[in-house]
Design a protein around this ligand. Structure first.
Ligand code: 3DU
Length: 211
């Protein structure tokens, strides 16, 4: 089964909650990033707790180990179940996030390669492969890899083995659901769900990957 993760990039508490509630039967987790949390604060986790879905804090944390640790403590104390951090900052910084996550019985995912066109300006010549190796060495729970470049996902799978790969970039960014679904553990979808006229119907359609 491939999970469907809703990227709830909706900077409005009321609208975000309405979308989360209506989509809940069709999704496996909710990813919260800066657009929502900067408008609502970390207490959004309390409002989103209703459906009982795992909450992933996508803060793409990229600081020194001590600051990363402080950020992750705040994230898990607020009730998040998982965090997404950058790996390019190095193993000590990534490890700080992973250790805090695990001390709270949570998970930490490392961004190995991003999905937008500009990502290729720096993620090339083996950079993503090195970050994926770092994620394995630091005992991360998985990596984030681009649905827009399935061939890169195949390559990164060779490195991370059975660790989870979660993949954004389907729909609005041009990635194809059917192509990527068989390669990864979870697909992260934002606009194709929350910007649809009927977000629940859109989530239900995409949830075919969960079978
Ligand atoms: O393009 P969408 O609207 O489906 O949203 C994708 C989400 O995944 C969004 O929250 C974005 O910040 C996140 N993401 C990427 O799109 C690409 C990455 O490499 C990492 C995270």
């Amino acid at each position: 089964m491939t999970e469907l993760i809703l990227a709830l990039d909706v900077p409005d508490r009321k609208r975000a909650l309405k979308i989360a509630e209506s989509c809940a039967p069709f999704i496996d987790a909710i990813k919260v990033g800066y657009p929502l949390v900067l408008s609502t604060g970390l207490s959004i986790t309390e409002d989103l707790a209703g459906p009982g879905l795992p909450l992933i804090a996508d803060f793409k944390i990229a600081d020194i180990p001590n600051t990363n640790r402080l950020i992750c403590e705040a994230v898990f104390s607020a009730g998040f179940d998982a965090v997404i951090a950058h790996g390019f900052v190095g193993s000590d910084a990534a490890r700080a996030c992973i250790e805090v996550a695990h001390s709270h019985s949570g998970s930490a995912y490392i961004v190995a390669e991003m999905s937008h066109p500009g990502a290729t300006e720096f993620f090339h010549d083996g950079v993503a492969e090195r970050i994926a190796k770092l994620a394995v060495a630091c005992r991360a729970d998985g990596i984030i890899a681009p649905a827009t470049r399935p061939e890169r996902v195949v390559r990164l799978r060779q490195i991370v083995g059975e660790k989870a790969i979660y993949s954004p970039g389907v729909g609005a960014q041009g990635g194809d659901l059917d192509t990527i679904a068989g390669l990864v553990d979870g697909v992260i979808v934002g606009r194709s769900i929350y910007a649809a006229d009927d977000p629940a119907a859109a989530a239900e359609r995409l949830s075919c990957i969960r079978r």
